[in-house]
Design a protein around this ligand. Structure first.
Ligand SMILES: C[S@@+](CC[C@H](N)C(=O)[O-])C[C@H]1O[C@@H](n2cnc3c(N)ncnc32)[C@H](O)[C@@H]1O
Length: 270
């Protein structure tokens, strides 16, 4: 397989932090969801915009371009991601903070969170709290991957459960957040806002065979597993994962595999 040599992976994972370079290998695909979410936020008088889980600033840059007169504030807890975000969008402000404890200094016009809130527990409490941080008429726009039932994730769990690392990795597999159904979010949020738009999109990404899928998730969903493995174990884990993907995803005539990627969206006005 094409897993990187043990040293390379060890170096990449030395800090257990996000690796923005790995994440941005699929920047266009990952940012597409942010664009689609933003398309549901009407342009209006917006002075203060928060980008929760801003990552390497791809979503923040979109917000800065869409609201050129607003204060744009990115919140993230990853040093690596924040350093890239700062270089990318110098006009925005970036703050290192855990979203779980974050509270804006003033009511927000827009709270935007693309591919971030699925890392946090207690969505009932979290969404209610975020809504309370909006000014009347303010907007909350959220996108969360909803792919824990996909083949890519089933394969991750199977590899985690079936190896010498199982005692370490099974608790991680069990702790991965599974989103509730659309109806649950609708019923929670609709009574608290004046308008709500809620939908799910299944993106389909043509990737370069199983290696492409491995690369995709090395930059995101595999991190909690890989972070607990030593360099040799990571190579073995990735080889087994690749093997399972090769069985699960059929190659198209052009050699690509199609990664199904469901994402849950909502955009609401307080
Ligand atoms: C998948 S990236 C999303 C990046 C970007 N928003 C985008 O549109 O591609 C998720 C980001 O959320 C951040 N994150 C996850 N949990 C967090 C938390 N509890 N507090 C702050 N940031 C968090 C991670 O550090 C990471 O940079």
């Amino acid at each position: 397989m094409s897993a990187a040599p043990a040293d390379g992976i060890a170096e990449r994972r030395a800090t257990n932090d996000w690796n923005s370079a790995l994440y941005l290998k699929f920047e266009a695909e990952r940012t597409r969801a942010a664009r689609d979410l933003l398309a549901h936020v009407p342009y209006c008088d917006t002075q203060r915009v928060y980008d929760l889980g801003c990552g390497p600033g791809n979503s923040t840059q979109l917000l800065a371009m869409s609201f050129p007169d607003a204060d744009i504030i990115g919140i993230d807890k990853s040093d690596n991601m924040l350093s890239v975000a700062r270089a990318r969008t110098p006009t925005a402000t970036f703050i290192k903070e855990d979203i779980g404890h974050w509270r804006p200094s003033q009511p927000a016009d827009l709270i935007f969170a693309n591919a971030a809130l699925h890392f946090l527990p207690d969505h009932r409490g979290l969404m209610t709290r975020l809504l309370s941080y909006l000014r009347p008429g303010g907007r909350l726009a959220v996108q969360m991957p909803n792919n824990t039932h996909e083949l890519s994730h089933a394969a991750m769990r199977m590899v985690a459960a079936d190896g010498p690392w199982a005692p370490r990795l099974l608790p991680v597999a069990k702790s991965i957040m599974v989103l509730g159904p659309l109806e649950e979010y609708y019923n929670l949020l609709a009574p608290l806002c004046s308008t709500i738009d809620i939908w799910q999109t299944v993106y389909v990404h043509p990737l370069d065979g199983p290696d492409g899928v491995v690369e995709w998730f090395e930059g995101s969903g595999l991190r909690p597993f890989l972070d607990l493995l030593d360099a040799n174990e990571r190579v073995e884990f990735l080889a087994r994962y690749r093997g399972r993907l090769a069985q699960a995803y059929s190659r198209q005539p052009d050699g690509k595999v199609l990664l199904r990627y469901p994402r849950l969206f909502f955009a609401l006005q307080k």
